[in-house]
Ligand binder design. Structure first.
Ligand code: FAD
Length: 392
């Protein structure tokens, strides 16, 4: 008969949600196992822009939306962890920028006027000019207005790598994942490549994979939604780092630019925002690159875009279903006895997601128990950077 294994909490999905939760639980003394069927960070997390939003982007309508309120505490929690003084020790994580910028090309646009109508927002941002401008905008031809937001941008690969180290020996890789149920038909663990792992609590945080996992437990709720994006990557020797939301006429950024250091010393710009949303999703790769080139030429005409290398990346945000595909406000967790399922909905909200799981463990009176050996399964590898294979 094959050996049976057990743990306190079995987490499925080694994206930011699973990794953060796992590290917190281990620090609190829980026995955990963190399972992934692919590479760590190979879902949305490794393809995210790494901005630790404090909610400012969500206040462009001039009011502090619930989104903006819930997320406001996150930059502080990340900063404490990065200093080694928070809930986790993230001192090894590379901070790409201490600030993100709001950039209004031309004169002060209408949306910024309403934005400044919010007193709470005014206190969070400061105008910058001259040498305080991000280097890419320091050009005599630049005529816009720029505001500094107190929002970090992290090197996500180093974040995932640090959290992987904090996972110790709890990481497991398996392809064939089947539910285990007790005599009452309640979920009590998973069969991983033929090996039974029982758990007092199972957390499904497998991003886009949650729905298929729920189906294996014969569950249809909570429903999942998918919001596709068509991101653009640009590489050129002339690029210097820029982390900014460029504002358009609407309440969403026209372009969100983050910059990522490449092994050859050059910078990669990763373009999201409106460019990557609905119209961008409908464009094929050639049309999307053409649209990105036009947008960059309009906004930063002093840079030479003719020798830049472009590539595209399609990726979807997996979230709990909202009416009208609206953006969810908070980390989301649904509980069905000892089976928990959720989505952080943002990288920045991973601490909030872990809080919600911890609250439920407390309600279920699950406290740390003895650490038993886990099934002898391989450890999943760390995914390569998202630009791997897309740019030379
Ligand atoms: P994922 O990162 O998708 O991880 C899920 C994991 O589950 C994967 O490793 C996958 O292999 C595994 N898995 C799937 N199915 C199974 C299965 N059956 N068995 C075992 N394992 C399985 N948020 C921010 O806060 N700031 C940003 O700047 C930002 N930028 C973004 C940019 C883009 C282009 C996108 C797409 C998202 C961005 N987000 C950002 C949102 C953020 O990336 C996501 O909310 C977050 O990464 C989701 O993390 P996750 O752990 O839930 O899922």
């Amino acid at each position: 008969m094959s050996q049976s294994f057990s743990t306190d909490v079995l987490i499925v999905g080694a994206g930011i949600a699973g990794l953060w939760l796992n590290a917190r639980l281990r620090r609190l003394g829980f026995a955990t196992a963190l399972l992934d069927s692919a590479a760590i960070g190979s879902g949305q997390s490794g393809k995210s822009q790494g901005i630790i939003h404090g909610g400012t982007k969500y206040a462009l309508q001039g009011v502090l939306t619930p989104s903006a309120q819930a997320i406001a505490a996150m930059p502080g929690r990340f900063r404490a962890a990065l200093a080694g003084e928070g809930e986790l020790d993230l001192r090894d994580v590379r901070v790409l920028s201490q600030a993100h910028y709001l950039w209004s090309p031309g004169s002060l646009a209408g949306n910024l006027t309403s934005f400044f109508a919010s007193r709470a927002m005014r206190s969070r941002i400061a105008a910058v000019t001259g040498e305080a401008l991000p280097p890419a905008l320091q050009n005599p031809a630049f005529a816009g207005k720029v505001y500094r937001l107190d929002e970090l941008v992290l090197d996500v690969l180093s974040l995932l790598s640090c959290l992987t180290r904090l996972s110790g020996d709890s990481l497991l890789s398996a392809q064939d994942i089947q539910p285990l149920t007790d005599e009452n038909g309640e979920p009590c663990g998973l069969q991983l490549d033929g090996q039974a792992l029982h758990a007092r609590c199972i957390v499904l945080c497998a991003g886009a994979g949650n729905q298929a996992l729920l189906e294996r437990f014969a569950l249809t709720q909570p429903a999942q939604q998918s919001r596709p994006l068509h991101m653009v990557l640009v590489k050129s020797a002339q690029l210097s780092p820029l982390y900014a939301h460029c504002l358009g006429a609407g309440s969403k950024p026209r372009l969100t630019i983050t910059s990522h250091p490449l092994a050859d010393g050059q910078w990669l710009w990763y373009l999201g925002g409106e460019l990557a949303e609905a119209n961008g999703v409908a464009r094929d790769q050639a049309a999307q690159i053409h649209a990105a080139r036009q947008e960059l030429t309009r906004l930063l005409p002093w840079l030479n875009w003719s020798d830049a290398q472009f590539a595209c990346l399609r990726v979807s945000r997996a979230e709990p279903a909202q009416s009208g595909l609206l953006r969810p406000d908070n980390a989301f967790l649904a509980t069905q006895g000892r089976l928990l399922v959720g989505w952080p909905t943002k990288l920045a909200l991973a601490p909030d997601f872990a809080d919600r799981v911890l609250k439920h463990l407390k309600q279920m009176q699950i406290t740390p128990s003895a650490h038993n050996p886990l099934p002898p399964l391989p450890k999943p590898p760390l995914a390569p950077p998202f630009w791997h294979g897309l740019l030379s």
